[in-house]
Design a protein around this ligand. Sequence first.
Ligand SMILES: [Zn+2]
Length: 176
Amino acid sequence: MGYPSFFLDRDGTIVEFVHYLVNEEDLRIPREVLIGLKDLAARNFKLIVVTNQSIIGRGLAEVSAVLDLTKILLRKLKDEGVTINLLLICPHAPSQECYCRKPRVAMALFADEVIGIDFPNSFMVGDSLSDMKFGAEMGMKTVFITRNAEQSPNANFNAKDMIQASRWIIENSSRE
Ligand SMILES: [Zn+2]
């Protein structure tokens, strides 16, 4: 059966959206994200980050730079009481047509291999249409963080920020 889990996008969802984010000084975690994630972490769900980093495949950043920034992000979250159980990166450019770039689902399948996921009782939270498609494809419930009234046919709920997202998830999760 596996664990009910929260799948989270990184850029624009956990951290403020910055084009080709690679420098620590551009890494900003909004207050409402920390509040929302703490609420989720307290519920004992697995927290899994799935992020497309075509910045690597496009040759705009070294793998090591992306991994360094990832470590900083994980430490910042941990310092705030939020432990990420698994973080998966697709390093490919769209032209490489890999199976891991969202909305393709290889990262979800890999998470299932490593942790064991109860997909029908899991959630995908993200700010892009590909995140919603990824979640729907795996039979998860989906929460769309919308900033500009964009709509997704695959979103079960539209939230303005992570606080709203986490409240809806907690209300709609079948676990205590
Ligand atoms: Zn990939």
